[in-house]
Design a protein around this ligand. Structure first.
Ligand code: GRF
Length: 203
């Protein structure tokens, strides 16, 4: 199976996928990595692993629809079975979401449906939540609103900063994201009638 990964930043989740593919825990090829930021460290991680890495500059396009159309064309050249959003910090146009319906995953650093959007770690701290975490979900038209496949929880301690929480959450992300990707590429995970199904059972 072929996977295309989209990043905007550090790419630690991309790295976890690279490692998982190399170790045979994910039975797939990472065909390409795209970023909307040329400076994203994730592009360097891709290059380091011998994966084609491309940056597309949104400023070079008239609007979001034009940018996403260009990105789709470049992605489709790799004929991916799965598109993985790994810290890709751009709103997706409806056409983009439609194109990869049922074969696009995202990871969001909160226990969805709690805290869609930004600054999730600070929100968990401000609300004095006892626990926080991360969610892997299929991407649908609703921002961070697609059906959740797997979550990992972490404790929130009184003295935690957002940075502490981010570190604790990311450690979990690097475990659960490759796991969910492996389910998908092994054909165990599908989206049917808007519901994630794993091994024939509705999640
Ligand atoms: C992750 O915490 C993910 O949940 C969020 O953005 C962060 C990306 O981190 N969507 P990285 O670029 O994979 O290191």
């Amino acid at each position: 199976k072929r996977i295309v990964v989209l990043v905007s930043g550090d790419g630690s989740n991309l790295q976890a996928l690279i490692d998982s593919c190399q170790q045979g825990r994910v039975n797939a090829t990472l065909s390409a990595v795209f970023s909307n930021k040329a400076s994203a460290y994730g592009l360097e991680r891709a290059q380091g692993a011998g994966i084609p890495a491309h940056a597309l500059d949104p400023k070079a396009y008239a609007d979001r629809v034009a940018f996403d159309a260009a990105l789709m064309e470049e992605i489709d050249a790799y004929q991916p079975d799965l598109v993985v959003l790994a810290g890709y910090m751009r709103i997706l146009s409806p056409d983009f979401v439609d194109r990869y319906a049922g074969r696009m995953l995202n990871i969001h650093p909160s226990l969805l449906p709690k805290y869609p959007g930004l600054h999730t770690h600070q929100k968990a701290i401000d609300n004095k939540d006892a626990e926080h975490g991360t969610s892997v979900h299929f991407v649908t038209q609703e921002l961070d609103g697609g059906p959740v496949i797997l979550q990992a929880k972490v404790p929130v301690f009184e003295e935690d900063t957002a940075e502490d929480l981010n570190e604790r959450v990311q450690t979990q992300e690097h475990n659960i994201y490759p796991l969910v990707v492996s389910w998908f590429v092994d054909g165990r995970l599908v989206l049917r009638d808007g519901q994630p199904i794993l091994d024939g059972k509705t999640l």
